[in-house]
Structures are given as C-alpha cells and as structure tokens.
Design a protein around this ligand. Structure first.
Ligand SMILES: C[S@@+](CC[C@H](N)C(=O)[O-])C[C@H]1O[C@@H](n2cnc3c(N)ncnc32)[C@H](O)[C@@H]1O
Length: 364
C-alpha cells in the first residue's frame, strides 16, 4: 500500500493510497503500463544480458590468461564476492563495489540496482523474477514521469547513475527523439551501456560519461543544459555531510525551471545493528525524512512532487529475490543458493524501516 507523508516543507500534492499517478495526456504508449513495460523488457533484457555476460566473460578470460591462473580461481572469487556482500568491511570504493560485485551478480537476479514498489497489477504476475523486473521498469517510469510528460520532444535528459542500463534504455525507448547523457562513477557500467546502445541502435543519441559528480570537471560542460536530471539510488552513496552538495551538483545541470527527479528512501525507524554494518559496508547512508528535507533545502531546491511508499509496497521485492538458472550457470550451485538469500535478508532489513520516495524539485 502506498502512504503519503509530509516532509515539513510546503508539500506538493501526493498520490493517494494505492493509486499510482496516471500518465498525463500525450504520454507515450505503454508508459506506466504493465503491457508497455513488458514489451520493453522483451526487447531490452536479452540484449542487456548478452552484453553483460560477454563483457565479463571476456574480461575474466583475459585476466586468467594474463595471470595463468586456473579458471577455478574465478569461481572462488565469485563466491568471495557473494560473501563479501554480507558485510566484510568498507575497504572498497564505490566504483570497486560496482565493478567487483554488483554489476555481474545483481544483473542475474534483478533488472536494476534498485527496487520498485509493487502495484496491484504487478502483484498478479505469476513469475517472481518478472514481478521484480516489472517493478523496476515501473520505478523508472515513475521517477522520470515529469520529464516524460513535459520535456521537449528533442530535449536533453541527464541520468546520474547508469547502473545496469535499464533507466536510459527505457527512456530512449519511450521518447524516440531525446538525447540522453548517462553518467556513472564506474567505468564498466559505461562500457556495458555503450555496447547495449550500439546493439539497440541508440548510439547516436545516448552518450556515457565516467566521472565523479563531486568533481566539477565531470559536469562543467553540461551546466544549465538539461531538460531534466534524474538520479535513482544515487543519493544514498553521498556521504551524509555531502548530500546537499551532491544535489546541488545535479541541479546545476538543469535549465531554469526543469526538474531534478530523484528516487530515494528515508528511514522512519532505526536500522538493526546488522543493517548498520551492512550499509557501511555497501557505502550507503540513508537519511531520515528531515535530513532529506534539509539536504534539498541546502541545495537550494523546492519540491514539486513527493510521492512516498511505505515498506509494505516494496517488501515483496525481497521475497521475490531468488536464485535462477542463469545465476546457477554462471556462478555455480553454491552462489545460486546462498547469494539470493543474503540479498533477500539485506533487502528486508533495508526496506522494513524505510519509506521509498519519488521526488521532483526545481532550483529556487
Ligand atoms: C545503486 S546504483 C543505481 C543505478 C541505477 N540508477 C539504478 O537505479 O539501478 C548507484 C549508481 O550511482 C552511481 N554513482 C554513485 N556515486 C556517484 C558519484 N559520486 N558520481 C557519479 N555517479 C555515482 C554509480 O556509479 C551507480 O551507477
């Protein structure tokens, strides 16, 4: 069920419980609709999976031949990667986390490196993995809704956080003339994105950029150029004292009046001790609702949308996270059995004390 919560700022209208905001007039066909989202998955998923599989198979075999190690080392490394996610300390950087662990492992069980709330229609889909994928495409649709409905047909949209390529690909599919710039701090994601764009015939209007948002050089040439900027699951990686700074850096790319669209989550209750450790290990910091509000305020942003979903709307995601044939084939039976259970437990611990929120804001 969906809940509506205020942030203390002057709040825009929120969705009423259980009612996703309807697509506006003139929205592209299939937008925010399961049948349109299914069509997208049927085109995108086989290409995405093949590209990721090929990318890591090639890089692993070149690694193996360079070091003359037996292929078994790769399997052991995979097992270590899965176990590492239990919370083995925070020695890695954010790019390490994605390159070494998240990109490959999570692409086997999820569509994106994020979760989506479950609608009544998605709950009725029989296949658990398809439910997860649909909730994630729906999450992209909901996050990008203001841009999809009001950006100029041939506008420029900027995505911060390429992840596993579902975001930019979904939007390029919905809006066949927009230009998209997708930014990530992790180089494999950009290269995988480039290969997918090539395969989908989208290379002429989607570009990828590797850089740290906190480095002004990364986005300087994009200042004031975007009809919308979107960040799904990115703000948690900004350290607590730098949340406002990160949001300001994203907002600096907007044209006047254009929306910054964020999918995020905020704590309504404390995390367990296990989750506190696991989140530090994942280099994620989730704010309280007030801290989120303060960061927006500190970044000079005014809210235009704040749609919050309670834990109930998102928790089926944790139960639907389970092993599958692809995971077994690539990582072997032990990882296929253990890893989804770890992730499912992690997601329950992450989602139960939180609300998930789709917010939009404009520069004051
Ligand atoms: C949890 S993933 C989300 C990916 C994707 N948006 C999704 O919803 O699946 C976080 C993304 O943020 C990017 N990211 C994190 N910190 C960043 C920074 N300082 N600069 C640029 N990108 C960053 C990572 O590279 C990654 O793509």
């Amino acid at each position: 069920m969906t809940s509506a919560h205020g942030t203390g700022q002057e709040m825009p209208q929120e969705t009423s419980p259980g009612t996703p905001r309807e697509p506006g007039q003139g929205a592209p066909e299939g937008f925010l609709r399961v049948e349109g989202q299914t069509k997208f998955l049927e085109t995108f998923l086989p290409v995405r999976n093949e590209v990721i599989h090929g990318f890591y198979r090639t890089s692993r075999s070149s690694r193996t031949s360079r070091t003359s190690r037996a292929p078994r080392t790769g399997k052991r490394k995979d097992l270590r990667a899965a176990v590492r996610l239990l919370g083995g300390g925070a020695k890695d950087t954010v790019p390490d986390l994605y390159r070494l662990y998240y990109n490959r492992l999570f692409s086997m069980i999820w569509l994106a490196l994020d979760w989506g709330p479950y609608t009544a229609e998605i709950r009725q889909v029989a296949d658990p993995q398809r439910r997860i994928h649909l909730s994630q495409v729906n999450s992209v649709d909901r996050c990008w809704q203001p841009a999809v409905e009001s950006a100029p047909k041939d506008g420029r949209l900027i995505e911060v956080g390429t992840g596993l390529s579902d975001g930019w690909a979904r939007i390029a599919h919905l809006l066949p003339q927009v230009e998209i710039v997708s930014l990530t701090i992790e180089r494999d994601q950009a290269e995988i994105g480039r290969r997918i764009a090539e395969r989908l015939g989208l290379s002429d209007r989607v570009t990828f950029r590797v850089g740290d948002l906190f480095d002004p050089a990364t986005t300087r040439d994009l200042a004031g150029s975007a009809d919308a900027v979107t960040a799904m699951g990115v703000v948690p990686h900004f350290p607590p004292p730098r949340k406002a700074e990160g949001m300001r850096a994203m907002a600096a790319m907007l044209k006047p009046g254009a929306p910054l669209q964020i999918f995020d989550a905020y704590r309504v209750r404390p995390f367990s001790r296990f989750m506190d450790r696991a989140l530090i290990s994942s280099l994620c910091w989730y704010p309280t609702r007030d801290e989120l509000r303060d960061a927006l305020e500190g970044a000079g942003l005014s809210l235009t949308r704040f749609d919050a979903y309670d834990a109930e709307s998102c928790l089926p995601f944790a139960d639907d996270t389970r092993g599958n044939d692809q995971l077994r084939r690539e990582f072997g039976p032990v990882v296929a059995r253990v890893f989804p259970r770890i992730v499912s437990r992690f997601m329950k611990g992450l989602l139960a004390p939180q609300d998930s929120v789709y917010l939009s804001a404009v520069r004051r």
